[in-house]
Ligand binder design. Structure first.
Ligand code: B12
Ligand code: SF4
Ligand code: SF4
Length: 369
């Protein structure tokens, strides 16, 4: 027979840093919040548009009686190798946590099933429809900070969340009774004003989302991204609770990989094989190579360093139209020999076939002439 105690012991043995249990009751308090967010268009394209799917664990797993919530500390302060000028959020420093945590949850499920053959389960990490921060809060893993993150008393907010719905009823944990008090450092520090009010992120402004959104970004978004290639950590870095509690992860797979030592120039010009060799195993890869290259070009433009012009010129011949368009825009932003840039862009316009890229080049030429 499985018990809450046995489940927690098993989760710890598998390697999870934190574990808590909550009921299968729907996350009813979130329904009006999600409806309002939908109405205001404040939901990113990659979450389910069916609110019931996001708040009702039974929709996810009809036999569910309890939910085991787990957390992994992923913080790392320093890393081997140079950081270069690239800024990846810490969630993308080590191996892709989705793969890692799914494997650990499966190991936990199999171990529990050996003890209780009648157990059935279904796991989730990030990509499932259920709102994980709320499940984790209810399971007693931590409280919700004004930066919307789940803050744990052990590691601050530097934790990944995951969960497992099971067909056995277990004793529930109680939520942690803590809050941010009068602090509002994260709200004041957010460079994009995405924390429009306490606890509430407007995803369309959040730079984490902007870095992951495909295609052309507005001029304001390009500037706000600065050198962020994937994700944004600002509202977690400024949090005094994190400053106090952050400790390096003990999970060797979450230690920084060597993509952190790549330069912006290398990322802006990488081909498929370089992308696969350096980035494919990280969480930064899921939106594809082009997004990372685009963000590197934006970072090169924001660097204001004229020595980056040759790499941008070579990007004008990239197979991806988005990259060619951004390279033209970035060349127009960098200081340097205007006459030479004009010549390079006129040549690029003459051989360009993509309508949007032609538009981008024409806009830069207009400005420079
Ligand atoms: C979509 C998504 C995003 C979107 C939108 C984020 C958002 N806040 O809505 C974008 C791309 C912007 C994003 C960014 C990030 N994300 Co994200 N994301 C998700 C995802 C897939 C769904 C979140 C969701 O449903 N949002 C809808 C809102 C309602 O939910 P929420 O933000 O979780 O809201 C909670 C509180 O903010 C509060 N709340 C929200 N609004 C309001 C309003 C009021 C008035 C009140 C009182 C409360 C309140 O209630 C909710 C539950 O308690 C989850 C995984 C999952 N399936 O849950 C990961 C998840 C939330 N993300 C995660 C991470 C790590 C990040 C980043 C730190 C990554 C990075 N470094 O760039 C940033 C942090 C940005 C931030 N400050 O929130 C972790 C969070 C871990 C933690 N400790 O909290 C999750 C759980 C993934 C995981 N499995 O580990 N994310
Ligand atoms: S992740 Fe960055 S942009 Fe998003 S709310 Fe936090 S500080 Fe603002
Ligand atoms: S910075 Fe302050 S307000 Fe924001 S989450 Fe941390 S403690 Fe809460």
């Amino acid at each position: 027979m499985i018990s809450a105690e046995l489940v927690k012991e098993t989760a710890k043995k598998v390697g999870f840093d934190l574990v808590g249990i909550t009921s299968a009751n729907p996350l009813s308090t979130l329904a009006p919040l999600l409806q309002e967010r939908q109405r205001q268009g404040k939901e990113p394209e990659f979450v389910s548009s069916d609110i019931e799917d996001r708040i009702d664990p039974k929709r996810f797993f009809p036999e569910v009686k309890s939910i085991i919530m787990v957390a992994l500390n992923y913080y790392h302060n320093t890393f081997n190798g140079e950081h270069g000028e690239c800024n990846f959020s810490r969630s993308a420093w080590g191996v892709d946590y989705h793969r890692m945590m799914r494997g650990m949850l499966e190991q936990m499920g199999q171990t529990l099933k050996q003890i209780e053959p009648a157990l059935t389960y279904k796991s989730f990490v990030d990509t499932g429809p259920l709102v994980e921060r709320e499940l984790a809060r209810r399971a007693g893993l931590g409280w919700i900070g004004k930066n919307a993150s789940l803050i744990t008393p052990e590691f601050g907010s530097w934790v990944f969340l995951g969960g497992m719905a099971i067909n056995f009823e277990l004793e529930e944990d109680s939520p942690v009774d803590k809050d941010c008090g009068n602090c509002r450092k994260c709200i004041d520090a957010c460079p994009a004003g995405a924390l429009e009010e306490a606890y509430c992120v407007n995803p369309s402004r959040c730079l984490s989302y902007v870095s992951q959104r495909k295609g052309y970004l507005t001029a304001e978004e390009r500037e706000l991204l600065q050198n962020r290639l994937y994700g944004c950590d600002t509202c977690q870095e400024v949090c005094p609770i994190n400053v106090k509690l952050a400790k390096d992860t003990t999970h060797k797979d979450l230690k920084p990989l060597n993509h952190l030592s790549m330069s912006l120039a290398e990322i802006a010009s990488m081909d498929n094989s370089q992308f696969k060799a350096r980035l494919a195993t990280t969480a930064a890869a899921w939106r594809g190579k082009t997004n990372l290259k685009r963000n590197a070009i934006i970072a090169l433009a924001n660097s204001g360093d004229p020595r980056m012009a040759p790499i941008l010129k070579s990007c004008l011949d990239d197979p991806s139209p988005v990259i060619r368009g951004y390279a033209a825009w970035a060349l127009g932003k960098l200081p340097g020999d205007r006459a030479e840039v004009l010549q390079v862009l006129e040549n690029a316009l003459a051989r360009e076939t993509d309508a949007r890229v032609k538009e981008e080049i024409a806009m830069v030429l207009d400005k420079l002439q």
